[in-house]
Design a protein around this ligand. Structure first.
Ligand SMILES: NC(=O)c1ccc[n+]([C@@H]2O[C@H](COP(=O)([O-])OP(=O)(O)OC[C@H]3O[C@@H](n4cnc5c(N)ncnc54)[C@H](OP(=O)(O)O)[C@@H]3O)[C@@H](O)[C@H]2O)c1
Length: 257
């Protein structure tokens, strides 16, 4: 039997994530904001972190609440060790538990090897790697069986199509090792860890009308940028999936093909 009624396609009447609590780091804009909305649509209560985008984060929380879920915006800089770890604790305090962590906050610093300063190196590794490590560790301490850690990597961890990506690719590649190691370490507790590698996605970080956009589109098999919602749908799938762990998912329009 086929049906077009979306409400009958879920095995759970209230959505695949009903009763779950999710934390999305960097949830004020772009892929993080779309993910927060999508997880709420699937029934989760959602906390988002932000640094500068207080109003944008509050708008995301309002969208979560409009879907009938609880939402909270937390100012937490992933580059700060205490704030990175504290985001997980604050989510559990505010929303009562923590089931799903989406490590989304990230910065992209591209440029010739010789132009990358020590400050660039420290900032990118602090946000993209150390912060992910510390938030994941803190989140795992709050998770029970069924916990999910989903990390946003990059197509640049799978294929670097040109110069300028040394620092960014270093940071995102580290997350593959972290994801596999987390899967091994947390598997016995029934917690999964997976990584999603977006290709070029139309956000403030990488606008589809930017100077490098035509070249990026041409590198994909589908010949276009993706949307934040297209990444969010894979994150939502992994948040509900039960027998997938330690795995990499390219959501890149064929960038790595
Ligand atoms: N767009 C792409 O083409 C693409 C491709 C591959 C991978 N990615 C990855 O996808 C993730 C999201 O990217 P995006 O394109 O959505 O970026 P974006 O539009 O620049 O949004 C970045 C988000 O992260 C937050 N953020 C930045 N630094 C932070 C920090 N130190 N602590 C906490 N939050 C911080 C920002 O919050 P504030 O606004 O409050 O500062 C914002 O909500 C990143 O990990 C990125 O590397 C993106």
């Amino acid at each position: 039997m086929t049906t077009t009624d979306e409400s009958t396609t879920h095995t759970h009447p209230y959505g695949t994530l009903h009763g779950k609590v999710a934390l999305v780091t960097g949830g004020s804009r772009g892929i993080g904001a779309a993910t927060a909305r999508r997880l709420a649509r699937e029934g989760a209560d959602v906390a988002v972190t932000y640094v500068n985008g207080k109003e944008a984060a509050e708008e995301v929380v309002q969208a979560v609440q409009a879907l009938g879920r609880r939402g909270v915006a937390l100012r937490a800089d992933s580059a700060d060790p205490d704030e990175a770890a504290g985001a997980a604790r604050r989510t559990a305090e505010a929303l009562g538990r923590l089931d799903v962590l989406v490590n989304n906050a990230g910065v992209g610093v591209l440029g010739p090897l010789e132009d990358l300063s020590l400050t660039d190196v420290d900032q990118v590794l602090a946000v993209n790697v150390r912060g992910v490590f510390l938030t994941s560790r803190a989140a795992a301490a709050h998770m029970g069986a069924g916990g999910r850690i989903i990390t946003i990597g990059s197509c640049m961890a799978q294929r670097v199509p040109g110069p300028g990506g040394t620092l960014y690719a270093t940071s995102k590649s580290a997350l593959i090792g972290l994801t596999k190691a987390l899967a091994r370490e947390l598997g016995p507790r029934g917690i999964t860890a997976n990584i999603v590698h977006p290709g070029p996605i139309d956000t403030d970080m990488n606008p589809s009308n930017g100077p490098f956009a035509p070249a990026q589109s041409a590198m994909t098999a589908l010949g276009r940028f993706g949307t934040a919602e297209e990444v969010a749908s894979t994150v939502a799938y992994l948040a509900a999936a039960e027998f997938i762990t330690g795995a990499e998912f390219a959501v890149d329009g064929g960038h790595a093909a």
